[in-house]
Design a protein around this ligand. Sequence first.
Ligand code: NIG
Ligand code: FE
Length: 393
Amino acid sequence: MAAIVFSNIGELTTNDPTVGDESVLGRIKDAALVIEDGRVVWSGPTAIAPAADTEIDVEGAAIIPGFVDSHTHLVFAGERSEEFAARMAGQRYDGGGIMNTVAATRAATKDELRENTQQRVDALRAHGVTTIEMKSGYDLTLDGEFRLCEVASEFTEEVTFLGAHVVPAEFKDRRDEYVALVAGEMLEQCAPLVRWADVFCDQGAFSVDEARFILTRAKEKGLALRLHGNQLGNTGGIELAVELDAASVDHCTYVSEADVEALAGSNTVATLLPGAEFSTKSEYPSGRYLLDAGAQLALATDCNPGTSYVTNMGLIIALAVREMGLSVDEALYAATMGGAKALRRSDIGHLRPGAKADLAILSVAKAAHFAYQPGASLVRAVHIGGENSAFWG
Ligand code: NIG
Ligand code: FE
């Protein structure tokens, strides 16, 4: 593939601390970026950019590494706006609404699920997301979970088996049987299609012991682990994630001192999902506290119909800055490099030479506008593996 040079970049964020301002964001002003064969080959000042076959003059716009959305539940049918309205009026979120989405998803055809997922993928892309993790979890039957994993794998390589989302109503009095089904046949059937296994380990969902059992089985099957933990209380999910060397523990709405200590010395990323606190009217956890204690952070949309129907990563950054104590730069880093770490990927989330050429060209000169113009559409184009996969006027 021919080399392309992006020139006249007002502000290039590389997440390469060896270039530009030598901060973790590796910021270069008046920059150029050269890509070839779907990979980054060079970044530096426009004035000394090497020649390439094609030049794309971005006229002073900012370029960032594409966002890595490391936590979504995009494959579902139906909607729960009434549940959302009830929560805004004071009702507490307890995960009970998940079964409404399960009913709608079970009733949908595969084509309908595909179409719904495509629309959500398009919306994420339009806001600069170039890598998407996608979970199953809204069918909770043997063949149904397989079907969701199949649809998800049409869109991404980062598919997660979440058969342990909640115990479905038909297993209400037989939860041990459901846990055995998930850790047995269901896992067996879905494992070849997925990279990850996840459990919603929380009040009203699965206990620490149940989650440990399921995730240990998943690890034996060769899957890597992630965990929904501590969304609804101090339920031990964070410590379990660290114990099992999960790549990420997600939500962390409730965090104890012991949790922070465990995270700080670990390889487990704490993924914060401010869209969920927003949409459940919950207190936001302090990203500041976690970062200062030495935890690694990611930010993700958690796009799902119950607790965070959000496809705008810019809005997630704005919420993290306004409500979680992160600086604008820390939030940008968490939504790019943090997401890559939460997926244990070293080829994305940054624009160092050798990185996959996944990037977003903005319509503004500085990436800080994601926080400064909350919710605005600031992405003009995305390139994925060097391919111009979308362009907006
Ligand atoms: O990440 N907490 C568990 N799962 C989803 C929400 C599921 C739902 O309510 O539909 C989440 O918040
Ligand atoms: Fe989630």
